[in-house]
Write a protein that binds this ligand. Structure first.
Ligand code: ADP
Ligand code: MG
Length: 570
């Protein structure tokens, strides 16, 4: 193997040549304590920067055994190193010519701890980091000396700062690992305790802003304190006993005045399917791993979802057992979101009145009197919520300040008052008796949801000469092949890297797991199995550092947002 010194000599000699001369630096180089691999060289300084990897063997990384002992700890340690490496590269990145010249960049993690292809720690404790380097040029002329400095000095400096244990803060790494391990332990206790979510006392739920997921500053955030009646104590391996509010399975309402923190609580529960970094405020807010936020999304396309339990005969005679539309209404889009979540096994639905279709949630006595049943195709969620739990074991947490009709069907009622929860179930029961709504429940049997078989030919990830082309602009928007996809209503996607991960996983599954015969849940279960067994690299021919792990539920929601999707009935 050549050495890094030989590489820097080589790029110095390329000085003054045309940009394509950089192509010859592809290869593998031994540096002091690590190996540098140049996987792909950009075509010009304005293109996506070149793809490189650093592999640090265990005996140079010297991560302690406690950091790599279990899968959870390795994911946490890798996340920690990813953050340190991001900071180092950001610091050492500099403009060194035209376009991206001098750029050093690795995937930037958000508030969640996720498995990402940018940084991997294996069972032996060796570390692999994948990142991008803008090879320097003036116009299209190689700047060899700048390249030598970038590869020979800046990069090794970043590796030394971020990927070797001796330069890291051991207490911070330990905390990172333990916080993640604790969160997973808390989450794993929920089902046995009959809970769907847990919010530890002292948690800080509010965020800095609607577009900034970092915690609101401590002097402004009111820390969470559980009401005694819902207080439970769970065990965490590192933190010991953790007290907090347990949200029981069943139908739970979160009520309270406007601006009293209802949606903030629900959003924390939505994110409770993920582990968070220390200091986030939601480290000990956990929910069952298959809790799914479902909301209205008028204008979305629906490909054959069976929404007939919520929406019967439509005007014009549309078949709601296999509902197809390019332009769903608020109510039909939310009905589709609900049944699509159930299709892939959600055990807890999370709804917020702020993002729900009113007519899907409720139809009160006066509307029942005014609009005859025969002219109302909708069976509102209020008539399904208790049934979903009793018959399918699916719980609901619903934020609702606007309709007391739900007091009739709620098992637990939590009131948010000045950002603090109170349990008001008993008062709600009394009120439900004292003030009958005169509403007639529209009860009917739950019909099993018809299975869908996705047609692989309806999804095309290719663009021009490229068989798979994915461009994620944000966690809400991407290009899949030539199709623009909006994921704005899939609220539990937290990073653009997850969008890339899902897009590549879907492309990978076409013609394989998604063979035109398997049902949607069968096919996607195979994708998730590949992810669990082989990691994110299962989905890409060439290793890149830009993917993050995702849940089955978001993958299904992603597929459901492809306007081109067609399905067959099983
Ligand atoms: P609601 O859904 O009840 O109308 P929100 O959850 O949207 O209320 O919260 C209203 C505002 O209060 C938001 O700006 C939110 O960030 C802030 N907030 C929520 N919880 C807290 C808290 N515990 N401490 C301080 N501010 C909070
Ligand atoms: Mg709200």
């Amino acid at each position: 193997m050549e050495t890094l010194v030989a590489l820097t000599d080589r790029v110095r000699r390329l000085d003054g040549q045309g940009y394509p001369a950089y192509r010859e630096v592809r290869g593998s180089y031994a540096a002091g304590g690590f190996r540098l691999v140049v996987d792909h060289v950009q075509g010009d300084p304005f293109a996506e920067a070149s793809r490189l990897r650093v592999i640090v063997p265990a005996d140079s990384a010297r991560l302690p055994e406690w950091a790599t002992l279990t899968e959870a700890r390795r994911v946490a340690a890798a996340d920690f190193l990813n953050r340190a490496f991001h900071e180092a590269l950001l610091d050492l990145s500099a403009e060194r010519g035209s376009g991206r010249s001098g750029e050093l960049r690795v995937l930037e993690p958000g508030q969640q701890v996720l498995e990402r292809s940018a940084l991997h720690v294996d069972g032996e404790g060796s570390v692999e980091a994948r990142f991008r380097v803008g090879l320097p040029a003036r116009g299209r002329t190689v700047l060899g000396h700048a390249a030598a400095d970038l590869l020979g000095h800046a990069l090794p400096e970043a590796v030394h700062r971020a990927l070797l244990y001796h330069s890291l803060d051991p207490a911070a790494l330990r905390r990172h690992v333990e916080v993640v391990e604790d969160a997973r332990a808390l989450r794993s206790q929920l089902k046995a305790r009959g809970l769907v979510a847990f919010v530890a006392d002292g948690s800080s739920l509010p965020r800095r802003s609607g577009v900034d997921d970092r915690p609101l500053s401590a002097d402004r955030a009111v820390p969470f304190r559980s009401p005694e009646s819902l207080r439970v104590v769970l065990e965490a391996p590192n933190a010991g006993d953790v007290a907090g509010m347990g949200i029981p399975a069943g139908v739970t309402l979160v009520v309270g005045g406007g601006f009293h923190g209802k949606s903030t609580l629900l959003q924390a529960i939505e994110r409770g399917v993920y582990d968070h970094v220390p200091g986030d405020g939601r480290e000990r807010v956990v929910s069952v791993p298959d809790a799914v936020k479902v909301r209205a999304e008028d204008g979305r396309a629906v490909a054959g979802s069976d929404i007939s339990n919520f929406v019967g005969a439509l005007p014009g005679g549309g078949d709601t057992r296999a509902f197809v539309t390019a332009n769903a209404s608020g109510s039909t889009s939310q009905a589709a979101a609900i049944v699509e979540a159930l299709e892939v096994g959600a055990s807890c639905l999370l709804l917020d009145e702020d993002t729900s279709a009113t007519n899907l949630l409720i139809r009160d006595a006066r509307m029942q009197a005014l609009v005859p049943d025969a002219l109302e195709p909708i069976t509102p969620f209020i008539d399904r919520a208790a049934q979903l739990h009793a018959e399918l074991g699916v719980s609901t947490v619903l934020v609702l300040g606007g309709s007391g009709d739900y007091l009739d069907v709620a098992d637990t009622v939590i009131a948010m008052r000045e950002f603090q929860p109170l349990e008001v179930t008993a008062a709600a029961r009394r009120i439900a008796l004292d003030l009958p709504t005169r509403r007639r429940p529209q009860l009917s049997a739950w019909r099993p949801i018809g299975a869908r078989v996705p047609v692989p030919e309806s999804m095309d990830p290719s663009r021009g000469p490229r068989a798979v082309s994915v461009k994620a602009f944000s966690e809400e928007r991407l290009l899949f092949g030539t199709e623009e996809v909006s994921l704005a209503a899939v609220e539990q996607i937290v990073e653009p890297a997850q969008v890339r991960g899902m897009a590549h996983a879907l492309a990978w599954s076409l013609g394989g797991a998604l063979d035109g015969r398997r049902t949607l849940p069968e096919a996607l279960a195979l994708v998730m199995q590949a992810l669990a067994e082989r990691g994110l690299d299962a989905f890409q021919g060439e290793p890149t550092g830009e993917l993050a792990a995702f849940r089955l539920h978001e993958l299904a929601a992603f597929m459901g947002r492809l306007r081109s999707l067609r399905v067959r009935r099983a």
